[in-house]
Design a protein around this ligand. Structure first.
Ligand SMILES: [Zn+2]
Length: 289
């Protein structure tokens, strides 16, 4: 049975409006909404301790919620300064320790900056440093959570589809996080059809093989962009912003992919994750007709 997973990045506004505040209540809340994934953000720093993580883990296991974490936004694989490199390694080490306590399967990160020089040289530098980071994590026995390199929405950030494929090819244990909203933005409105999605999936399969492509990590939301790329995330109700999810749902169903879908809508991420799940099942039912 092919089974993608669906859930939000962080808690929806409605979670708080209903009187909940603690993440330990999140797994039960999500399960009641027929969701089975959640991404915990360490974006602005790792503020979750090991004990808190273990309490969330127990609830997540009880309610069948697969957890991932989003590592700090400060990560920059392209950095050249030794002091910053040490800090970067620290972000990985600290995130992965808590991710393990949380029972998270995946840890998403932003590759870093692509400004200030030749883009190819910056990517090469990032790949060399990434390899060093992985070696350090191996030494510390911290490579049990899958590292997922994310496609980024701003053109001056490392994280085109091609760059993410190259980072995945640094080590076969690295997985892609394909943020389709980000790819739409950095391509200044690049995703307008099922063919546009198919081209992305084909490139991914050719670049990293079908196993990792089929089980990719996905971020999805409608996003507004300017000439530099991503401007801001919107909700599924903001239909003036792309991309549309349904053509992707159809391809995922047709190709038998089983990704983890994390919805990053602004405030309605759980509700929109459920809409994504419904669209996926309507695509599956369409195939059976
Ligand atoms: Zn991200």
């Amino acid at each position: 049975m092919i089974k993608p997973k669906f859930g939000p990045a962080g808690n929806s506004d409605s979670f708080y409006q209903e009187g909940f505040s603690a993440s330990v209540d999140m797994p039960k809340w999500l399960a009641a909404r027929e969701l089975d994934a959640f991404e915990y953000s360490f974006g602005r720093g790792i503020r979750l301790g090991t004990e808190g993580a273990k309490a969330i883990r127990a609830e997540a296991e009880k309610y069948g919620i697969q957890l991932s974490v989003h590592m700090p936004y400060f990560i920059n694989l392209a950095t050249e300064e030794d002091e910053k490199k040490i800090k970067n390694i620290g972000y990985f080490v600290d995130s992965l320790k808590v991710a393990e306590a949380l029972g998270a399967k995946r840890a998403v990160f932003h590759p870093g900056s692509a400004s200030g020089g030749d883009r190819g040289a910056i990517l090469q530098r990032a790949k060399v440093f990434f390899k060093e980071i992985i070696a350090t994590l191996d030494d510390m026995n911290l490579m049990n959570v899958t590292l997922c390199a994310e496609t980024m929405g701003k053109i001056n950030q490392l994280g085109s589809l091609e760059e993410v494929i190259e980072l995945c090819n640094v080590d076969e244990r690295v997985w892609p996080t394909i943020d389709f909203g980000h790819l739409h933005c950095r391509g200044l409105g690049a995703i307008n059809s099922k063919e546009d999605y198919a081209a992305i999936l084909d490139k991914l399969e050719n670049g990293i093989g079908t196993e990792r492509a089929k089980t990719m990590h996905v971020h999805f939301s409608r996003i507004e962009y300017t000439k530099g790329g991503e401007k801001m995330h919107h909700t599924f109700a903001d239909v003036q912003y792309g991309p549309e999810f349904m053509p992707l749902a159809e391809l995922i169903a047709e190709r038998g992919y089983e990704p983890v879908f994390i919805c990053e809508s602004k405030g309605t991420m759980a509700e929109d994750a459920k809409s994504m799940k419904d669209m996926y099942f309507s695509a599956i039912n369409g195939l059976l007709k």
